[in-house]
Design a protein around this ligand. Structure first.
Ligand SMILES: C[S@@+](CC[C@H](N)C(=O)[O-])C[C@H]1O[C@@H](n2cnc3c(N)ncnc32)[C@H](O)[C@@H]1O
Length: 263
């Protein structure tokens, strides 16, 4: 009789901590899963600053410090979107000199978005930095937050999508692209975005280095779409010595990647 009472007692003593343990495990599991859900796409990347100029007041973007053959980061990310390409530096210097400070500007395929961050630093009313790649957009947001650029917003935009509604929702004075032609489909999509933006009354400035084979697909597509009425359909070097703001609606900037200014 006594024995059975003791047994009962021990058994009920064990039940209480076991229920609490279950509850604790449940809470821990819930917290862990919501934390994982909130983990930034930047988790696993180490970042470094890339300045426009080598001085303390220079605007900067972030680039990822990765060895694509070794890093244990999510393989779904696009390595090209985490690096600053020579076109972006050239675009930044051209914009710094010629962009109208009252314009609303949108960059497509921005990657780390050095040009967008430079324009945000110039105090333009609104700058949209857009890309397909979420890692790139997260790097841009981090750089904008750190520099207090609340005039910059990021948006996921696919250049192979239908442009009309996207352009309507952004409604920029100037659209910018630097080195976005990763493949033929993007080059063709970029041409469609370009002509639709021009037809809506916006400017388009496109930068591409000469060894990007797909830049000629973009050019050919622009010709087919009748873009020549908005500007000359040829790649031209930017002449930064001129003080005159280029007045053509469509400008195609060539660049010599070996002689890009690194500040
Ligand atoms: C060579 S990187 C250039 C990045 C940046 N513009 C620069 O010059 O430093 C090409 C960029 O195009 C973006 N891209 C590729 N396909 C795209 C698409 N379908 N829509 C939008 N962006 C795309 C990539 O994510 C990447 O950021």
């Amino acid at each position: 009789m006594i024995m059975s009472k003791e047994k009962k007692y021990h058994a009920s003593c064990l039940r209480v901590p076991s229920n609490s343990l279950m509850l604790l495990l449940f809470i821990f599991g819930m917290t862990l899963s919501s934390t994982i859900a909130l983990v930034s796409p930047l988790a696993g990347f180490s970042l470094h600053k890339v300045k426009l100029r080598n001085n303390d007041s220079s605007p900067y973007c972030f680039a990822a410090t990765v060895d694509p053959t070794k890093e244990t980061v999510d393989i779904k990310y696009n390595f090209l979107a985490t690096q600053v390409w020579p076109s972006a530096r050239q675009a930044s210097f051209v914009l710094e000199k010629y962009v109208d400070r009252s314009w609303k500007v949108c960059e497509f395929g921005c990657g780390p978005a050095l040009p967008s961050l430079v324009m945000a630093g110039l105090g333009l009313p609104k700058v949209f930095a857009t890309d397909l790649d979420m890692v790139a957009l997260n790097m841009v947001e981090k750089a904008a937050n750190e520099q207090g650029f609340d005039n910059l917003v990021t948006k996921r935009v696919d250049l192979t999508a239908e442009p009309e509604n996207i352009l309507k929702s952004i409604n920029a004075d100037l659209y910018l692209m630097s080195d976005v032609f990763e493949n033929g489909a993007v080059a063709q999509g970029a041409a469609l975005f370009t002509i639709k933006a021009l037809e809506a009354g916006s400017r388009v400035w496109t930068f591409a280095q000469s060894d990007r084979a797909q830049r000629d697909i973009y050019l050919k597509e622009l010709e087919i779409l009748g873009a020549e009425k908005y500007g000359s359909i040829t790649w031209k070097m930017a002449d930064l010595s001129s003080d005159n703001v280029p007045d053509e609606m469509l400008l195609l900037f060539d660049l010599d990647e070996v002689n890009v200014n690194y500040g």
